[in-house]
Every structure is written in structure tokens, then in C-alpha cells.
Design a protein around this ligand. Sequence first.
Ligand code: AMP
Length: 209
Amino acid sequence: MNIILMGCPGAGKGTQSAKLQEYFQLKHISTGDVLRAEIASGSALGKQIAGIIDKGNLVSDEMMIAMLENIVKNTNKGIVFDGFPRTVAQAEVLDDMMRRLQRKITKVVMINLPEKEVVGRISSRRQCKKCGEILHITSAQEKVCPHCGGELYTRPDDTPARVKHRLEIYHKDTLPVKNYYQNSGKYVEINGDQSPEKVFEDIKISLSK
Ligand code: AMP
């Protein structure tokens, strides 16, 4: 099973990918996490990437594809792609790569979230530095991960101005990817404006069809 999870910033791709990873024993490939790990390594490439993603812009297709192919080649598990493809060019290269590696995309799941929900959701979003868990805090006092005690942080690209910019890029570059898959027979839409548990139930149902 190889699944692509799509959706605007804050739609819940990371949360649902983690659930899918655990439930179906998949390899979760979050291109955002791959890029953040490169930044955390302190490499020259990481510094270049930080300059791009902290502003809410997209990393070049060439850079993304080279990073992704390496990861896909090195796993024989089913995959959940989270945050990739984000452009039609990436979708085309992914098709090509999957064919070469004799794998197939099974489903493309679009998680829909009304835009008025996005800024509110993202402003309460925190990620754990240690275990990577994504949480939504209810008070500014929450600074520690309830699961592992790691420090919680706000992503630099999660400020309201950056989120607005990321939404513009989503409309311009990523929504055309929806058209790319819409008539493939693999494309499904899920209502993301529900509890994470209900969204996950709906995704499981769509995968069983
Ligand atoms: P995410 O964690 O998926 O929200 O991604 C965070 C940021 O990483 C995005 O706003 C982009 O700057 C960059 N990024 C993640 N995935 C991609 C991709 N497939 N192509 C280009 N840039 C990406």
C-alpha cells in the first residue's frame, strides 16, 4: 500500500500519517521532516533549506526529488507520502520513479479543511523536539511533550503571516496536483474538520474501497 496524503497547511497530514504508519506498519515519509532534519544537522545544505522554508516558500523540485528517491529506494515497506508531491512536476517525477522501482500509488487522500480553520489550528500547533509528536496546546503554559517530556517548539513557518503565504503557494502550486490525480480512480476526499480519530476512521474506510 502506497498512499499520498494531500491537504493545505494544518489539514492534519502529519497527524494522520503517524496514525497510518502505526496502523498499517508503513514507512512515513514527511518531506517537511526530511528538510527539518537536514537543517538540524547544521550542514551548508541545511542552512540553504532553512532560508527557503522559514519564509514559507517551496524547496526546488530537483532537490526534493533527489532526497526522496534515496529514501524510497531504501525501504520495501508500503509508504505514506506526507507533503509530497507539492507540484505537478513532482507528481510526474513520482509516477516515473514508482514505475522504475516497480511500485504503485494505491490511493491519493485529500484532507479538506475550511481555510478559516487553518490559522487558528496552526497557531496552537507545537512539535516535540525529541519525539516529533505534533500537538495542539490549549494554554501557552504547555511547553513540554506529554508523551516523552521533550521540549515543544513552534515551527518558524507557523506564524500567521507565513501561513498566509504558504496558503497562497498551496493554491498556486499544490492544488493543481489535485487535478492531476482526480481522474486516476485513486483520488478520494476526506472531511478534515472533525476529530483526528474520526478523520482516521474515514481514511481507513476510503482505503478499504
Ligand atoms: P510541511 O512540514 O509538509 O508543512 O513542510 C514544511 C515546508 O517544507 C514547506 O512549507 C516547504 O517549504 C518545504 N517542503 C516540504 N515538502 C516539500 C515539497 N514536496 N516540495 C517543496 N518544498 C517542500
